[in-house]
Design a protein around this ligand. Structure first.
Ligand code: GDP
Length: 174
């Protein structure tokens, strides 16, 4: 089965987004403790594709060598993964992308993995704030013209259809 993967910093809202997309509460565990998902989780969706939940990176209290291991695991996954059809990179809409966010994005570009960038927790910004923050994110990555930046909220459901449409495009592109 084709796979689509989700990556992002710990606490970015990845579990909440996955739960919203697959419409089943408690499927991917949400937690207020950052860095809880440390393994790659696979969810089969409608016998149509596999949703891959990659471990969150950037947990401040984790030692450098563990961080490096995560990086290696994620890069290894991206590099040699025939069924991987695309990756959604999650960024908190309120924050400037970190060095690790930018590295993740560069890997996706480098390995030619189809990608989309999702700005999570968009309910926390006004339209005006988002207009400004959007430019900050685009400049910082920097976002390539072929990639979408989709504002998303697990609270309101904003952006859900747009994200699903991107995933479906990847899954059906053969
Ligand atoms: P993960 O570590 O990336 O899986 O992040 P979680 O999904 O566990 O979310 C981390 C925290 O952010 C939790 O307290 C969530 O309730 C909160 N959160 C996640 N998504 C949203 C959102 O769209 N809006 C708001 N306001 N809070 C969110």
């Amino acid at each position: 089965l084709p796979e689509v993967a989700f990556v992002g910093r710990s606490n970015v809202g990845k579990s909440s987004l996955i739960n919203k997309l697959v419409n089943r509460k408690g499927l991917a565990r949400t937690s207020k403790t950052p860095g809880r998902t440390q393994l790659i989780n696979f969810f089969k969706i409608n016998d149509a594709f596999i949703l891959v939940d990659l471990p969150g990176y950037g947990f401040a209290r984790v030692p450098g060598e563990v961080k490096e291991k995560w990086g290696k695991m994620i890069e290894g996954y991206l590099k040699h993964r025939e069924p991987l059809k695309g990756v959604a990179l999650l960024l908190d809409c309120r924050h400037t992308p970190t060095a690790q966010d930018r590295q993740m994005y560069q890997w996706l570009l480098h390995y030619g993995v189809p990608a989309v960038v999702v700005a999570t927790k968009i309910d926390k910004l006004s339209n005006n704030q988002w207009a400004k923050q959007q430019s900050v994110i685009k400049k910082a990555l920097p976002l390539a013209p072929e990639h979408k930046l989709i504002p998303f909220s697990a609270e309101t459901g904003r952006g859900k259809e747009e994200v699903l449409a991107v995933l479906e495009g990847w899954v059906h592109s053969e």
